[in-house]
Design a protein around this ligand. Structure first.
Ligand code: PGA
Ligand code: ZN
Length: 395
Protein backbone atom coordinates (compact mmCIF):
# COMPACT_ATOMS: atom_id res chain seq x y z
CA UNK A 1 0.00 0.00 0.00
CA UNK A 2 3.00 2.29 0.33
CA UNK A 3 4.58 1.54 -3.05
CA UNK A 4 5.06 4.66 -5.14
CA UNK A 5 2.80 4.40 -8.20
CA UNK A 6 2.94 7.80 -9.83
CA UNK A 7 5.07 10.91 -9.52
CA UNK A 8 4.21 14.22 -11.15
CA UNK A 9 6.31 17.35 -11.37
CA UNK A 10 5.35 20.85 -12.45
CA UNK A 11 6.36 24.47 -12.05
CA UNK A 12 4.14 26.73 -9.96
CA UNK A 13 4.31 30.35 -8.82
CA UNK A 14 6.25 31.33 -5.74
CA UNK A 15 5.71 34.39 -3.53
CA UNK A 16 8.11 36.51 -5.60
CA UNK A 17 6.21 35.63 -8.78
CA UNK A 18 8.98 33.31 -9.93
CA UNK A 19 8.53 29.70 -11.01
CA UNK A 20 9.38 26.92 -8.57
CA UNK A 21 9.17 23.13 -8.58
CA UNK A 22 6.20 21.22 -7.12
CA UNK A 23 6.14 17.44 -6.75
CA UNK A 24 3.21 15.05 -6.28
CA UNK A 25 3.82 11.50 -5.08
CA UNK A 26 1.03 8.90 -5.20
CA UNK A 27 0.93 5.49 -3.55
CA UNK A 28 -2.05 3.13 -3.78
CA UNK A 29 -3.57 4.64 -0.66
CA UNK A 30 -1.72 7.90 -0.17
CA UNK A 31 -0.73 11.22 -1.66
CA UNK A 32 1.95 13.79 -0.87
CA UNK A 33 2.66 17.18 -2.40
CA UNK A 34 5.50 19.58 -1.72
CA UNK A 35 7.08 22.63 -3.38
CA UNK A 36 10.62 23.97 -3.21
CA UNK A 37 11.18 27.40 -1.64
CA UNK A 38 14.05 29.66 -2.70
CA UNK A 39 16.47 32.03 -1.01
CA UNK A 40 17.71 35.53 -1.84
CA UNK A 41 20.48 35.75 0.75
CA UNK A 42 21.83 32.27 0.17
CA UNK A 43 24.90 30.69 1.72
CA UNK A 44 27.65 29.98 -0.80
CA UNK A 45 27.74 26.29 0.20
CA UNK A 46 24.04 25.62 -0.21
CA UNK A 47 22.93 22.79 -2.47
CA UNK A 48 22.48 24.14 -6.00
CA UNK A 49 19.18 24.67 -7.78
CA UNK A 50 18.56 24.28 -11.49
CA UNK A 51 16.20 26.59 -13.42
CA UNK A 52 12.77 25.13 -12.54
CA UNK A 53 11.32 24.50 -16.00
CA UNK A 54 14.46 22.82 -17.30
CA UNK A 55 14.87 20.91 -14.02
CA UNK A 56 11.34 19.52 -14.25
CA UNK A 57 11.80 18.37 -17.86
CA UNK A 58 15.11 16.74 -16.99
CA UNK A 59 13.70 15.01 -13.89
CA UNK A 60 10.66 13.61 -15.70
CA UNK A 61 13.06 11.91 -18.10
CA UNK A 62 15.84 10.93 -15.73
CA UNK A 63 14.73 10.94 -12.10
CA UNK A 64 11.12 10.02 -11.44
CA UNK A 65 11.11 6.76 -13.46
CA UNK A 66 13.75 5.40 -11.05
CA UNK A 67 11.65 6.32 -8.00
CA UNK A 68 8.35 4.77 -9.09
CA UNK A 69 8.05 1.31 -7.55
CA UNK A 70 10.04 2.22 -4.45
CA UNK A 71 8.48 1.97 -0.99
CA UNK A 72 7.55 5.48 0.18
CA UNK A 73 8.20 4.50 3.80
CA UNK A 74 11.85 3.88 2.97
CA UNK A 75 12.75 7.57 3.18
CA UNK A 76 16.47 6.94 3.43
CA UNK A 77 16.39 4.67 0.39
CA UNK A 78 14.39 7.25 -1.56
CA UNK A 79 16.83 10.03 -0.67
CA UNK A 80 19.83 7.84 -1.43
CA UNK A 81 18.37 7.11 -4.84
CA UNK A 82 18.07 10.87 -5.45
CA UNK A 83 21.73 11.30 -4.54
CA UNK A 84 22.78 8.38 -6.74
CA UNK A 85 20.95 9.69 -9.78
CA UNK A 86 22.29 13.19 -9.14
CA UNK A 87 25.87 12.01 -8.87
CA UNK A 88 27.26 15.25 -7.39
CA UNK A 89 27.79 16.43 -3.82
CA UNK A 90 25.67 19.57 -4.13
CA UNK A 91 22.71 18.39 -6.23
CA UNK A 92 23.89 20.42 -9.20
CA UNK A 93 23.06 17.38 -11.36
CA UNK A 94 19.29 17.22 -10.89
CA UNK A 95 18.85 20.46 -8.89
CA UNK A 96 18.25 20.78 -5.16
CA UNK A 97 14.82 22.24 -5.94
CA UNK A 98 13.82 18.94 -7.59
CA UNK A 99 15.40 16.93 -4.77
CA UNK A 100 13.72 18.74 -1.88
CA UNK A 101 10.28 18.82 -3.52
CA UNK A 102 10.44 15.07 -4.23
CA UNK A 103 11.93 14.12 -0.87
CA UNK A 104 9.31 16.00 1.16
CA UNK A 105 6.44 14.92 -1.11
CA UNK A 106 7.54 11.31 -0.61
CA UNK A 107 7.44 11.65 3.19
CA UNK A 108 3.98 13.16 2.97
CA UNK A 109 2.80 10.34 0.68
CA UNK A 110 4.13 7.79 3.18
CA UNK A 111 2.40 9.55 6.09
CA UNK A 112 -0.82 9.81 4.13
CA UNK A 113 -0.66 6.10 3.19
CA UNK A 114 -0.52 5.34 6.89
CA UNK A 115 -3.30 7.80 7.69
CA UNK A 116 -1.07 9.97 9.81
CA UNK A 117 -0.27 13.65 9.80
CA UNK A 118 3.33 14.23 8.74
CA UNK A 119 4.50 15.50 12.14
CA UNK A 120 3.24 12.30 13.79
CA UNK A 121 4.67 9.99 11.12
CA UNK A 122 8.10 11.60 11.50
CA UNK A 123 8.07 12.45 15.21
CA UNK A 124 6.18 9.47 16.60
CA UNK A 125 4.91 9.48 20.16
CA UNK A 126 7.60 11.91 21.26
CA UNK A 127 6.46 14.81 19.11
CA UNK A 128 4.87 16.76 21.93
CA UNK A 129 6.39 20.22 22.10
CA UNK A 130 5.17 23.08 19.94
CA UNK A 131 7.87 25.19 18.34
CA UNK A 132 7.38 28.91 19.02
CA UNK A 133 6.80 31.09 15.96
CA UNK A 134 9.72 33.42 15.18
CA UNK A 135 8.38 36.21 12.96
CA UNK A 136 10.00 38.86 10.79
CA UNK A 137 8.56 42.33 11.60
CA UNK A 138 10.92 44.85 9.97
CA UNK A 139 13.45 43.93 7.35
CA UNK A 140 15.83 45.07 4.68
CA UNK A 141 19.13 43.66 3.54
CA UNK A 142 18.73 41.40 0.51
CA UNK A 143 14.95 41.29 0.99
CA UNK A 144 14.17 44.97 0.36
CA UNK A 145 16.15 47.84 -1.15
CA UNK A 146 17.03 50.98 0.85
CA UNK A 147 15.60 49.62 4.09
CA UNK A 148 17.35 48.50 7.30
CA UNK A 149 20.93 47.20 7.18
CA UNK A 150 20.28 44.29 9.51
CA UNK A 151 18.26 41.93 7.30
CA UNK A 152 15.56 40.91 9.78
CA UNK A 153 14.15 42.27 13.05
CA UNK A 154 12.36 39.29 14.54
CA UNK A 155 10.02 38.62 17.43
CA UNK A 156 9.10 35.52 19.42
CA UNK A 157 6.46 35.33 22.13
CA UNK A 158 8.32 33.51 24.88
CA UNK A 159 5.44 32.95 27.29
CA UNK A 160 2.42 32.57 25.03
CA UNK A 161 -0.08 30.01 26.31
CA UNK A 162 -0.40 28.20 22.99
CA UNK A 163 0.36 28.43 19.28
CA UNK A 164 -2.76 30.46 18.60
CA UNK A 165 -1.88 33.14 21.16
CA UNK A 166 1.72 33.09 19.93
CA UNK A 167 0.96 33.73 16.26
CA UNK A 168 -1.58 36.44 17.12
CA UNK A 169 0.94 38.14 19.41
CA UNK A 170 3.48 38.32 16.56
CA UNK A 171 0.82 39.60 14.17
CA UNK A 172 -0.17 42.26 16.73
CA UNK A 173 3.45 43.46 16.93
CA UNK A 174 3.51 43.62 13.13
CA UNK A 175 0.30 45.73 13.12
CA UNK A 176 1.49 48.09 15.85
CA UNK A 177 4.75 48.70 14.01
CA UNK A 178 2.74 49.84 10.99
CA UNK A 179 0.81 52.33 13.13
CA UNK A 180 4.06 53.63 14.64
CA UNK A 181 5.63 53.98 11.19
CA UNK A 182 2.58 55.88 9.92
CA UNK A 183 2.78 58.28 12.86
CA UNK A 184 6.36 59.04 11.90
CA UNK A 185 5.38 59.59 8.28
CA UNK A 186 7.39 56.59 7.08
CA UNK A 187 6.39 54.45 4.13
CA UNK A 188 4.81 51.08 4.86
CA UNK A 189 5.93 48.87 1.99
CA UNK A 190 6.79 45.24 2.64
CA UNK A 191 9.82 43.10 1.88
CA UNK A 192 9.88 39.59 0.47
CA UNK A 193 8.87 37.95 3.77
CA UNK A 194 6.04 40.36 4.60
CA UNK A 195 8.09 42.41 7.05
CA UNK A 196 7.79 46.21 6.87
CA UNK A 197 10.64 47.64 4.79
CA UNK A 198 10.74 51.35 5.64
CA UNK A 199 13.68 53.65 4.94
CA UNK A 200 14.78 53.89 8.55
CA UNK A 201 18.01 53.10 10.32
CA UNK A 202 18.54 50.03 12.46
CA UNK A 203 18.40 52.00 15.72
CA UNK A 204 14.86 53.19 14.93
CA UNK A 205 13.80 49.67 13.93
CA UNK A 206 14.83 48.40 17.37
CA UNK A 207 12.98 51.27 19.04
CA UNK A 208 9.76 50.71 17.09
CA UNK A 209 9.70 47.01 17.81
CA UNK A 210 10.40 47.61 21.50
CA UNK A 211 7.48 50.05 21.58
CA UNK A 212 5.19 47.62 19.73
CA UNK A 213 6.07 44.67 21.96
CA UNK A 214 5.34 46.82 25.03
CA UNK A 215 1.88 47.59 23.62
CA UNK A 216 1.25 43.89 22.96
CA UNK A 217 2.41 43.01 26.49
CA UNK A 218 -0.24 45.42 27.85
CA UNK A 219 -3.02 44.29 25.54
CA UNK A 220 -2.46 40.55 25.48
CA UNK A 221 -0.36 39.94 28.57
CA UNK A 222 2.26 38.16 26.49
CA UNK A 223 5.97 38.90 26.67
CA UNK A 224 7.32 39.18 23.14
CA UNK A 225 11.10 39.01 22.86
CA UNK A 226 13.28 40.37 20.11
CA UNK A 227 15.83 38.74 17.84
CA UNK A 228 17.71 39.57 14.64
CA UNK A 229 19.08 37.94 11.52
CA UNK A 230 22.09 40.06 10.58
CA UNK A 231 22.81 38.04 7.41
CA UNK A 232 26.37 39.28 7.85
CA UNK A 233 27.78 37.38 4.85
CA UNK A 234 25.94 39.96 2.73
CA UNK A 235 27.84 42.79 4.49
CA UNK A 236 31.28 41.19 4.48
CA UNK A 237 33.59 42.83 1.92
CA UNK A 238 36.55 40.53 2.68
CA UNK A 239 38.09 43.07 5.07
CA UNK A 240 35.23 44.19 7.24
CA UNK A 241 31.47 44.54 7.62
CA UNK A 242 30.22 47.27 5.31
CA UNK A 243 27.52 49.46 6.83
CA UNK A 244 26.20 52.62 5.13
CA UNK A 245 28.29 55.01 7.17
CA UNK A 246 31.21 52.85 8.28
CA UNK A 247 33.06 49.57 8.04
CA UNK A 248 33.19 47.45 11.18
CA UNK A 249 36.19 45.21 11.75
CA UNK A 250 35.47 41.69 12.96
CA UNK A 251 36.26 42.79 16.52
CA UNK A 252 33.94 45.79 16.19
CA UNK A 253 31.20 43.61 14.77
CA UNK A 254 31.43 41.20 17.72
CA UNK A 255 31.33 44.11 20.18
CA UNK A 256 28.40 45.72 18.32
CA UNK A 257 26.30 42.55 18.33
CA UNK A 258 27.10 41.82 21.99
CA UNK A 259 26.00 45.37 22.84
CA UNK A 260 22.73 44.90 20.91
CA UNK A 261 22.08 41.66 22.80
CA UNK A 262 22.34 43.50 26.11
CA UNK A 263 20.61 46.74 25.12
CA UNK A 264 17.56 45.04 23.63
CA UNK A 265 17.62 41.76 25.54
CA UNK A 266 17.86 39.86 22.28
CA UNK A 267 17.05 36.19 22.71
CA UNK A 268 18.16 35.25 19.19
CA UNK A 269 20.96 36.38 16.88
CA UNK A 270 21.33 34.72 13.48
CA UNK A 271 24.37 35.03 11.19
CA UNK A 272 25.98 37.84 13.20
CA UNK A 273 29.26 37.17 11.35
CA UNK A 274 30.12 36.00 7.87
CA UNK A 275 29.75 32.40 6.76
CA UNK A 276 33.41 31.35 7.06
CA UNK A 277 34.41 32.94 10.34
CA UNK A 278 34.02 30.10 12.85
CA UNK A 279 36.46 31.82 15.23
CA UNK A 280 34.53 35.08 15.39
CA UNK A 281 31.27 33.14 15.86
CA UNK A 282 32.97 31.30 18.68
CA UNK A 283 34.10 34.54 20.35
CA UNK A 284 30.58 35.97 20.25
CA UNK A 285 29.02 32.69 21.41
CA UNK A 286 31.44 32.74 24.30
CA UNK A 287 30.35 36.26 25.25
CA UNK A 288 26.55 36.04 24.89
CA UNK A 289 25.71 32.34 24.41
CA UNK A 290 24.56 31.99 28.02
CA UNK A 291 21.69 34.44 27.48
CA UNK A 292 20.97 34.40 23.77
CA UNK A 293 20.68 31.86 20.97
CA UNK A 294 23.60 32.36 18.60
CA UNK A 295 22.28 30.73 15.43
CA UNK A 296 24.15 29.79 12.26
CA UNK A 297 22.41 29.86 8.88
CA UNK A 298 24.86 30.57 6.00
CA UNK A 299 27.75 29.19 8.07
CA UNK A 300 26.13 25.74 8.53
CA UNK A 301 23.83 25.52 5.48
CA UNK A 302 22.05 22.56 7.18
CA UNK A 303 25.04 20.31 6.45
CA UNK A 304 26.56 17.92 8.96
CA UNK A 305 30.22 18.60 8.08
CA UNK A 306 29.75 22.32 8.69
CA UNK A 307 27.69 21.78 11.85
CA UNK A 308 30.39 19.40 13.13
CA UNK A 309 32.99 22.10 12.57
CA UNK A 310 30.74 24.49 14.52
CA UNK A 311 30.47 22.02 17.38
CA UNK A 312 34.24 21.54 17.51
CA UNK A 313 34.86 25.29 17.59
CA UNK A 314 31.90 26.10 19.86
CA UNK A 315 30.80 28.56 17.17
CA UNK A 316 27.10 28.60 18.00
CA UNK A 317 24.46 27.20 20.31
CA UNK A 318 21.77 26.97 17.65
CA UNK A 319 21.46 25.76 14.05
CA UNK A 320 19.07 27.11 11.43
CA UNK A 321 17.49 24.29 9.46
CA UNK A 322 16.42 24.83 5.84
CA UNK A 323 15.69 21.55 4.02
CA UNK A 324 16.42 23.08 0.61
CA UNK A 325 19.94 24.08 1.69
CA UNK A 326 20.84 20.40 1.74
CA UNK A 327 18.26 18.82 -0.57
CA UNK A 328 16.69 15.84 1.20
CA UNK A 329 14.68 15.06 4.32
CA UNK A 330 17.25 12.47 5.42
CA UNK A 331 20.04 15.05 5.29
CA UNK A 332 17.81 17.52 7.13
CA UNK A 333 17.11 14.98 9.87
CA UNK A 334 20.83 14.14 10.17
CA UNK A 335 21.61 17.85 10.63
CA UNK A 336 18.98 18.21 13.37
CA UNK A 337 20.09 15.05 15.13
CA UNK A 338 23.74 16.05 15.13
CA UNK A 339 22.89 19.46 16.59
CA UNK A 340 20.64 18.02 19.31
CA UNK A 341 23.11 15.27 20.23
CA UNK A 342 25.63 17.99 21.01
CA UNK A 343 23.23 20.16 22.95
CA UNK A 344 22.58 22.75 20.26
CA UNK A 345 19.06 24.01 19.61
CA UNK A 346 17.51 24.05 16.15
CA UNK A 347 15.18 26.47 14.35
CA UNK A 348 13.20 25.27 11.32
CA UNK A 349 13.05 27.98 8.68
CA UNK A 350 11.21 29.18 5.58
CA UNK A 351 13.00 30.97 2.70
CA UNK A 352 12.27 34.45 1.42
CA UNK A 353 10.73 32.91 -1.72
CA UNK A 354 7.93 30.61 -0.53
CA UNK A 355 4.72 28.88 -1.53
CA UNK A 356 1.71 27.92 0.58
CA UNK A 357 3.43 24.60 1.36
CA UNK A 358 3.10 23.90 5.10
CA UNK A 359 5.64 21.07 5.46
CA UNK A 360 8.08 22.99 7.67
CA UNK A 361 5.43 23.42 10.40
CA UNK A 362 5.30 19.61 10.59
CA UNK A 363 9.07 19.20 10.47
CA UNK A 364 9.59 21.76 13.25
CA UNK A 365 7.17 19.86 15.48
CA UNK A 366 8.41 16.37 14.58
CA UNK A 367 12.05 17.32 15.09
CA UNK A 368 11.55 19.29 18.35
CA UNK A 369 12.89 22.57 17.00
CA UNK A 370 12.64 25.45 19.49
CA UNK A 371 11.32 27.89 16.90
CA UNK A 372 9.54 27.83 13.56
CA UNK A 373 10.86 30.81 11.62
CA UNK A 374 8.28 31.64 8.97
CA UNK A 375 7.32 35.30 9.03
CA UNK A 376 4.39 36.93 10.78
CA UNK A 377 1.83 37.70 8.04
CA UNK A 378 1.27 37.16 4.30
CA UNK A 379 -0.43 34.24 2.54
CA UNK A 380 2.57 31.96 2.15
CA UNK A 381 3.66 32.70 5.75
CA UNK A 382 0.26 32.33 7.43
CA UNK A 383 -0.22 29.00 5.65
CA UNK A 384 2.50 27.63 7.94
CA UNK A 385 1.43 29.54 11.06
CA UNK A 386 -2.16 28.39 10.70
CA UNK A 387 -0.94 24.82 10.21
CA UNK A 388 0.95 25.16 13.51
CA UNK A 389 -2.33 26.02 15.24
CA UNK A 390 -3.94 22.92 13.69
CA UNK A 391 -1.01 20.70 14.64
CA UNK A 392 -1.18 21.85 18.24
CA UNK A 393 -4.82 20.75 18.44
CA UNK A 394 -3.63 17.23 17.65
CA UNK A 395 -0.75 17.13 20.09
P1 PGA B 1 16.80 33.72 2.18
O1 PGA B 1 17.10 34.43 3.58
O2 PGA B 1 15.69 32.79 2.32
O3 PGA B 1 16.52 34.91 1.29
O4 PGA B 1 18.09 33.06 1.80
C1 PGA B 1 16.57 34.09 4.77
C2 PGA B 1 17.63 34.06 5.82
O5 PGA B 1 18.73 34.59 5.63
O6 PGA B 1 17.39 33.47 6.86
ZN1 ZN C 1 19.43 33.87 7.80
Amino acid sequence: MTTIEVIELRTILDSRGNPTVEADVYTASGFGRSAAPSGASTGSLEAKVRPPKEAVDFAIQNVTPALVGMDATDQEGFDEQLRDIDGTTDFSGIGANIAVALSLANAKAAASSMNMPLFRYLGGAFAKEMPLPLGNIIGGGAHAANATEIQEFLVVPGDAADAEEAVFANAAVHRHVKELLKKKGKSCGKGDEGAWAPQIDDALAFELIAEATALVADEMNVTVDMGIDVAASQMWNKEGYQYRDRVRSTEDQIAYIAELVDTFNLVYVEDPLHEDDFDAFSELNNQVGNRCLVCGDDIFVTQVERIMQGIETDAANCVLIKPNQVGTLTDTFDAVRLAHTHGLDTVMSHRSGETTDTTIAHLATAFSCVFLKCGAVGGERIAKLNELIRIEEQL
